[in-house]
Design a binder for this molecule. Structure first.
Ligand SMILES: O=C(O)C1=N[C@H](C(=O)O)C[C@H](O)C1
Length: 294
């Protein structure tokens, strides 16, 4: 179930409000790509900056377009476990495939507390749970031993891992390993990863799928060559707080605004210029893939 390239879809804004038309336009556009599923209300969706009613409108708008055509994983996270459980109860009305859940941020629990948090979540729903290990954002990690203990819950089925040094240990566990750090995608696949939840898929899902297909075809060297040519663009996309660069790049080619929600500032004019040039690099890479140069 959790493999391939999943798109943590942005939440477009216009004049400070969620732009529902733009969100539905994007959902429809990505349905025609090779992504394996959507992630709603992720980090890239600026979920932490949305009110509850905005989060509900995002889900309404997205499910209206996606329906059953592709799975949708929904992000749920808060410092207070009880708040996460309340969110999940609200989200159960949509036919989402599961929940992407981070450990409690800011409060810095020990590993027993992290385990307790995920146990409460796993018991609150029959849907699948994807653990989200993102210590640079939450301030706390999900240690591999905690992951192993959590496997006792049959709906804890995948982990979105952002720490490359954890890939090898997790790759050997009976859990789907998804990369959560665009820069380290190929390393995650080499360690046994099944795919990734990657914000960069907004602008190069096809090339990320190519990297994965090359790996699955035992062409690791070719996958690494392609990925190394993609890497400078991935770094550029994260050179400003996510998703400023992604939104700016999308706004160059689609009817969406590059607007972010403060304190996430929009991309600078200098970055927009570099993103404009990056589109040509992506086109050149696509041509090389088509002509089997890679
Ligand atoms: O929203 C997500 O899911 C992602 N967020 C990460 C982040 O901003 O830290 C990046 C990753 O590409 C996907």
């Amino acid at each position: 179930m959790y493999s391939g390239i999943w798109l943590p879809i942005i939440t477009p804004f216009r004049n400070g409000k969620v732009d529902i038309d733009a969100l539905q336009y994007l959902a429809d556009t990505y349905l025609r790509t090779e992504i394996s599923g959507f992630v709603a209300l992720g980090t890239t969706g600026e979920a932490a900056l949305l009110s509850l009613s905005e989060r509900i409108s995002v889900l309404h708008a997205l499910f209206d377009v996606v329906g059953e055509q592709l799975p949708v994983l929904v992000g749920a996270g808060a410092p207070d476990t009880r708040e996460v459980l309340r969110e999940i109860v609200l989200y159960e009305r949509w036919n989402c495939t599961g929940y992407l859940v981070s450990p409690p941020s800011y409060v810095c629990p020990d590993q027993a507390g992290v385990q307790w948090h995920f146990e409460q979540v796993a018991q609150a729903t029959q849907r699948s749970i994807v653990l989200y290990d993102v210590p640079h954002r939450t301030g706390v990690t999900i240690a591999p031993d905690t992951v192993k203990a959590l496997l006792a819950h049959e709906n804890i089925v995948a982990i979105k891992e952002c720490v490359p040094s954890r890939f090898c240990e997790l790759g050997g566990q009976p859990i789907s390993l998804l990369c959560g750090n665009d820069d380290a995608f190929v390393d995650c696949l080499s360690a046994g990863g099944a795919g990734g939840i990657l914000a960069s898929a907004h602008v190069c899902a096809d090339l990320l799928v190519d990297v994965l297909s090359l790996m699955n075809a035992d062409r690791e060297a070719d996958a690494k060559t392609l990925f190394s040519r993609l890497s400078p663009i991935l770094r550029l996309l994260f050179s400003a707080p996510n998703p400023a660069a992604i939104k700016a790049m999308l706004a160059l080619d689609h009817p969406i605004s590059a607007e972010t929600r403060m304190p996430i500032a929009p991309a600078s004019a200098e970055l927009v210029g570099r993103l404009r040039d990056a589109r040509e690099t992506l086109q050149a890479l696509r041509a090389d893939c088509e002509n089997a140069v890679i």
